[in-house]
Design a protein around this ligand. Structure first.
Ligand code: FE
Ligand code: FE
Ligand code: ZN
Length: 279
């Protein structure tokens, strides 16, 4: 069975997201832990979180994926910006324990001309300060398109961060198809090769989630503009091949395509119709 969902608004709370997901044919979803641009987080209603956990079990959701605000920058040249990222992520990880055992994804950040090496060190330092033995959440580094001074534009950069994290067992990777295409990885022409390279450099055991997006731009463009499935330069066939790949097909897939709920429902049903069930 294909595990797939999309990005949902958290405005109406946890249980509402779970029900919305079911209503569009999804069995998982992604949401922002707080306003993606702002810093304030609504207080968590423990009863609402518990109600979602019950729904997740009853409806066999594999997992859900929380996304950190994308404005955080764990490797900014400005110390106060790094500190803000640290405090926000540490607070998010506390909040995540209301929905135990789930995934928390973040963007490694932009080194803002400090150099990739410094960026990698700062990101790992931040993780080493916020990860705890007790946490049940797995924290995911997202693969990036390489816009500007973004860190995480190659599998090697992602691996270098993971290598420096002390509690490595709490870490994983979220692969974004639009981002790695824009970063230069040819998932349309040589998916097997890209998967083998991921395994060689990072290790497939680290891969916990896939952001399934088409891209408006050509391979290697470093642009990061998402397109609807089949309406971009990666194309439907290549994205269907990603969901069916023997080493990826068990993972949860999350759409971050420009869509309303109706559009998401259609993409989910399209991808389900192309998914080869195992005999
Ligand atoms: Fe993201
Ligand atoms: Fe993404
Ligand atoms: Zn993106």
């Amino acid at each position: 069975m294909l595990h797939i969902g999309c990005h949902l608004s958290s405005a109406d709370g946890f249980l509402a997201m779970g029900r919305t997901a079911l209503g569009i044919g999804a069995d998982t979803f992604q949401f922002f832990t707080r306003n993606p641009r702002g810093s304030r987080a609504k207080a968590i209603d423990p009863a609402d979180a518990a109600a979602l956990m019950e729904l997740i079990q009853k409806e066999h959701f594999p997992v859900i994926l929380a996304h950190a605000p994308y404005t955080l920058n764990p490797c900014s040249a400005k110390a106060e910006t790094r500190e803000f990222a640290l405090e926000t992520m540490a607070d998010d990880l506390k909040r995540m324990e209301f929905t135990p055992g789930m995934l928390y994804n973040f963007h490694p950040g932009s080194h803002t001309k400090q150099g990739t090496e410094t960026g990698i060190t700062q990101i790992a330092d931040l993780l080493n300060q916020i990860l705890t033995e007790e946490q049940t959440t797995t924290v995911l580094l997202e693969t990036m398109a390489g816009k500007g001074t973004e860190v995480g534009r190659t599998f090697e950069e992602v691996a270098a961060i993971l290598d420096r994290v002390e509690l490595g067992g709490k870490m994983g990777v979220c692969l974004d198809t639009c981002h790695i295409w824009d970063a230069g990885y040819d998932i349309a022409g040589d998916l097997d090769g890209v998967v083998a390279e991921f395994d060689r450099v990072i290790g497939l055991d680290r891969l916990k989630a896939i952001h399934l997006n088409d891209s408006l731009n050509g391979r290697g463009s470093h642009k990061d503009r998402h397109a609807r499935i089949g309406e971009g330069r990666i194309g439907l066939d290549a994205l269907v091949a990603v969901t069916n790949h023997p080493q990826l097909r068990h993972l949860p897939f999350f759409l971050e395509t420009p869509n309303d709920l109706d559009g998401y429902a259609k993409e989910i049903s399209l991808l389900r119709s192309h998914y080869r069930e195992e005999k």
